[in-house]
Structure formats: C-alpha cells, structure tokens
Design a protein around this ligand. Sequence first.
Ligand SMILES: NC(=O)c1ncn([C@@H]2O[C@H](COP(=O)(O)O)[C@@H](O)[C@H]2O)c1NC=O
Length: 202
Amino acid sequence: MYIGRFLVAGKTKEGKPFVAYRVSSRSFPNREARKINDNTVAIIPKDLNEIFKNPYITYNCIKVVDNVIVASNGSHTDFIAEKLHFGKRDALAYVLAVMDYEKDDYKTPRIAAILDENECYMGYVAHDDIRVKKVELKEGKGYYLGVYNACKIDENQVIDIEGETAEEIAEYILNYEEFEHPVACAVAVIDKDGIKIATKSR
Ligand SMILES: NC(=O)c1ncn([C@@H]2O[C@H](COP(=O)(O)O)[C@@H](O)[C@H]2O)c1NC=O
C-alpha cells in the first residue's frame, strides 16, 4: 500500500514517547533526512536543483523547542513551532487552517504532530477535511497518519513498534514493508535524559 509521507506517534515497549516521520515517494525518491543541528531535521533533495521543481519537497520535518517536538510533512513545521505558545491543539489548528492543503496535482494534505512527555496531538488538513486530535499513546504501539489513503487519526491506524532508541525506531519505520517507496526517516524520542534525534535514509 502506498500512503506517501507519514507520521507515527507512539511509545516504545519500555514507554518512551516518540514521533517518527517517513518520506515515502514515487516522484522525488532522491532525498535524505539530514540533522541540521540538535533541534532540527530537514528533508533535502540530494540534487539541489530539485528544490526548484516543486515547492513541497524541501522543508524541516522535525523541530524541537525546549521539551516539545513538532513533526510534519512540510514548511508548516516551522510555523507550528513558532506558535507553540497557543497550546498544542491551537497551534496545530491555527497553522493547518491558515496554510491549507498543498496546491499540487494530488491536493496533498498537510499532516503534523506535537509531542511532549505528557501528551500528543496529531492533525491534518485535506481538501475536504480538517482535524486535530489528542491521542493517548500506548506502550509498543504507534498511530500512523499518512497523506494518501491513510489520512485519519483513529484506532484502526495503529502499528506495532519495535526499538527503544531513536536509531532503532528510525530503522524499523524506514523498513516498514507494508508502506511502499521508503526514502528517509527521522525520529525524535523522549528519553529519561532528554530528547534524542536520529535519521536514516536509503
Ligand atoms: N512532503 C514531502 O516530502 C513531499 N514529497 C512530495 N510531495 C508532494 O506530493 C506529490 C506526489 O508525490 P509522490 O508521487 O512522491 O507521492 C508531489 O508532487 C509533491 O507535490 C510532498 N508533499 C507532502 O507530503
């Protein structure tokens, strides 16, 4: 099944909250997830000329602000991170409503998640729908939210989670076979001594 880009918000079996973002792509597979600094991961084409072909393929996908993680499939990551003082629900609702779905041939939805050690919200804006929801994370499980055929937040979109470190989770999600065309994955996990980030690319 092809679900395009997707987020997974969950907990490891030992109870560490995490969010993962995976780029799956038919059209722009030559990209990588690159750690820019301790707080930011970007999705970048390997050939920088590709940046000019499509406005939606280059962006920060993870941003950490103090003890809060923001993850998304586009440039809205930065705007949500700037609006965290609104609260998680309203930062998602405001930015998703203002930025709207992507104006490409597929009307690609914008998806996003905000996570800290206490709570997690997920949200999306599609051409025919908009939603923000608090999700209760469970040990060893992750909610996935994808742009195509999986743009929902509910108990039917839950996968088992393997791995305890950011590296292990990134490896697991990147190689998650059911979801086709893997390209790159970025993970932020809340460990006892802080937030850890890892990236894996094909
Ligand atoms: N975020 C991304 O990395 C990203 N990659 C591709 N898109 C958009 O989705 C369209 C379809 O891409 P694909 O065929 O790779 O699923 C692209 O033309 C582009 O407008 C993206 N936009 C949203 O997911």
